[in-house]
Design a protein around this ligand. Sequence first.
Ligand code: NAD
Length: 452
Amino acid sequence: MTLTVLNPATEEPIAELEQAGAEEADAAVARAKAAFPAWRAVAPGDRARLLRRLATLVEEHGEELAQIESRNVGKPISGARGEVGMVAQVFHFYAGAVDKHHGETIPVAGGVAATFREPLGVVGLIVPWNFPLNISSWKLGPALACGNTVVLKPAELTPLSAIRLSELCLEAGIPEGVVNVLAGKGSVVGQRLIEHPDVAKIGFTGSTEVGRLVMQGAAGTIKRVTLELGGKSANVIFEDADLEQAAASAPYAVFDNAGQDCCARSRILVHRSVYNRFLDLLVEATRGVKVGDPGDEFTEMGPLISAAHRETVASFLDDSVQVAFRGDAPGGPGYWFPCTLVEAANEDRIAREEVFGPVAAVIPFEDEADAIRIANDTPYGLSGSIWTRDGARALRVVRAVEAGVLSVNANTSVRVQTPFGGFKQSGFGRELGMHGLDGYSEVKSVFISTEG
Ligand code: NAD
């Protein structure tokens, strides 16, 4: 069966691919299984060298990869270039980490106890369409560094950059069979990987709904799973914050990638005493977001990924919603949606469910305890921000908020060196940094007797 890949900014086909099914998934797992013994035996220094070569190839092909990602996802080209830069950094980081993720010797009676980090075997990596190349690299880097072989399934809407990356893996000298990429449906190829007895682990990023299916499916073979799921993160603005700076930064925190970002700070909680002033500043800042052709260097927001997704996003804005601002967006073709700010209560559907589009709910709070209560009143727990000039309050609030990745007086979530992942129904397991390696290795404990 053929898979037609579209440009969401123009609705035009940009590629026709052969769609993989369950048989191709089985064949890819078999190739990865056959490649595993030789790959795990590669000397650490050589594995590091191959990953470093891959990082360099990503840099050399940076513009090509950014153009692919921009056309396939509708991302502004400037953002796509930044993301490809991060992909190279991820491979550089894990090249450096290969021989630094090691075991221990532990004092015990009667001998020596030691731990070893062992690869898992074949790992299945399932990624979404919002940051296809980036999220692939967050999984691929540590998986390869630990000595696993991989079957990577990109989302069916956005397979192109992962396919190109698999070619660069071969060019870097990573042996055939170590990295296998399959463009196919989640319900077919993804499901097959989840249930396959020769797949040891699933590294999954996507919706909480599909995350539940991954957990259920993995139970049959007690597969390891890492789940990076949805979010409904809070951007908490206290009355003593630098309101101008917080308001200037807030649109980026929710409209970047057209709001299709698991870390989107889509609930903006504002202390009641500065609510009106902050809202005015926020509306002005949002008015300034440049929406349009993703190929234009100055564009800040492109279209949504698909017609179906645009319908879902629009469904949140029914008559019950109090719209504070709606920006401009091109008419079409393309799946455009304007930046939208709504005034809401945390009980409203728009503040409870992940919209995954350029829509932010602005919610007042009364005091610090109320801010923490509202921030935590969600099934999700991925990221969030706290804006205040009071250092002690910043620390109290970050410790109290139930989320995996927080920033103070900033809205960024992702760094190559630091762990990334969720609390509650935003998932479990950590990616990036040295923590990312834990999800792709098993700890083996060995006792060696020293008694006669
Ligand atoms: P999705 O859950 O629909 O799909 C994610 C991946 O799972 C795709 O590759 C898809 O083909 C596959 N899939 C779908 N059904 C499957 C099944 N039954 N079995 C196995 N695989 C299946 O998510 P999406 O719409 O592509 O992405 C958006 C979601 O991803 C949002 O909820 C967002 O918050 C989340 N996300 C989370 C993070 C994070 O790190 N926490 C990062 C990015 C996106």
